[in-house]
Design a protein around this ligand. Structure first.
Ligand SMILES: NC(=O)c1ccc[n+]([C@@H]2O[C@H](COP(=O)([O-])OP(=O)(O)OC[C@H]3O[C@@H](n4cnc5c(N)ncnc54)[C@H](OP(=O)(O)O)[C@@H]3O)[C@@H](O)[C@H]2O)c1
Length: 304
């Protein structure tokens, strides 16, 4: 089966490259620029004609959309671009994959939640209440995908980190190694996600789809079309996350203290509680989700 990955130079895209090495399927890794040492085909997902061409020419049966406008703060002053990348582009992918009767695996975010005050894990059918442009445009992306009637799996994830690109783990590794004191917010609670674990979960979902189209009429709708939540297991604040990063790294000289979000002025209000309930993805696909500290140790070991 031919599988197209968009945003292949990002955190999740790079983990998809690693996971694909275990697969018999043919993967096409695409992004807007080439990176030295990586095989990348140029594909701008805002260009519907280019997507259609690539899907048809390569008989692509699954698209894994790892591309997005992910800068949460900058999105506040770049709404048009964020909407184009996070809402219009996923719809383009959905249209093209529907025309070739395949599956779109689209990645969304816990930032579709947060406007309402809740303190129990968010379920898939809970109403989206984004607090900023990023979350709102990602919610529009989900709605656009579903509206095309294509086969889709929307995976909402949260607090993504990996050994690739810029992320919270790398920032805190550096700060806790170099600063004598550090304040980190404890009033935003969620669950970190190692992008490699998410990539492995995507691979399980792709295999499930592959099995279904091998066994049944491939023109029928995929049985497991829907929205799912995937993060690592457990709950923590950014403060707890930082304490654990420092502990694993052995950065014991930094005094890390909890603080409130209003001590760090930001253009966007972030969700105070965006823990995702993962029951559905575990029950449907038999996915086993690692605990967040185990995955953090794993990632930090892979960083070496
Ligand atoms: N990061 C998080 O904490 C987090 C949390 C929850 C959900 N998510 C979601 O998870 C997914 C993966 O996130 P990530 O952190 O891996 O993202 P990322 O590292 O920012 O990677 C996104 C990739 O998409 C590329 N891209 C930008 N514009 C494009 C276009 N027009 N066409 C094709 N590719 C384009 C980017 O290239 P450039 O870098 O050159 O622009 C980058 O390589 C996204 O859907 C994101 O919304 C992320």
């Amino acid at each position: 089966m031919n599988i197209l990955v968009t945003g292949a130079n990002g955190q999740l895209g790079n983990e998809m490259r690693i996971v694909s090495k275990e697969s018999q399927d043919k993967y096409i890794f695409t992004d807007v620029v080439e990176v030295e040492g990586q095989e990348t085909t140029i594909l701008d997902i805002t260009n519907l004609d280019a997507i259609r061409k690539m899907v048809k020419e390569n008989d692509v049966k699954v698209i894994v959309n790892c591309a997005a406008y992910t800068n949460v703060d900058a999105a506040e002053s770049n709404e048009a671009l964020a909407e184009k990348l996070n809402a219009e582009a996923p719809k383009n992918l959905a249209i093209a994959i529907k025309e070739n009767n395949g599956l779109l695996v689209h990645i969304s975010t816990d930032y579709v939640f947060g406007g309402d005050p809740y303190n129990t894990p968010c379920k898939e059918d809970q109403k989206g209440t984004p607090t900023g442009v990023y979350g709102l445009t990602k919610l529009h992306g989900e709605q656009g995908v579903i509206a095309t009637n294509c086969n889709y799996v929307i995976l909402r994830t949260a607090w993504l980190y990996s050994e690739f690109g810029k992320n919270f783990v790398k920032t805190m590794l550096n700060l806790t190694a170099t600063k004598p004191q550090l304040k980190v917010v404890f009033d935003q609670v969620g669950t970190p996600t190692y992008a490699l674990d998410l990539a492995n979960a995507i691979s399980v979902i792709v295999d499930d789809y592959k099995q279904e189209i091998a066994n049944f009429n491939q023109w029928a709708s995929y049985t497991n079309n829907g929205i799912y939540h995937y993060s690592n297991e457990g709950v923590c604040s950014w403060y707890d996350f930082t304490k654990m990063i420092a502990e694993i790294a052995g950065n014991t000289n930094c005094d890390i203290q909890p603080c409130h979000s209003d001590e760090f002025p930001s253009p966007v209000k972030r969700p105070a509680f965006s823990v995702l309930d993962k029951t559905k993805v575990k029950d449907t696909f038999g996915i086993k989700v690692p605990y967040w500290t185990d995955s953090l140790r794993n990632c930090m070991s892979n960083m070496k």
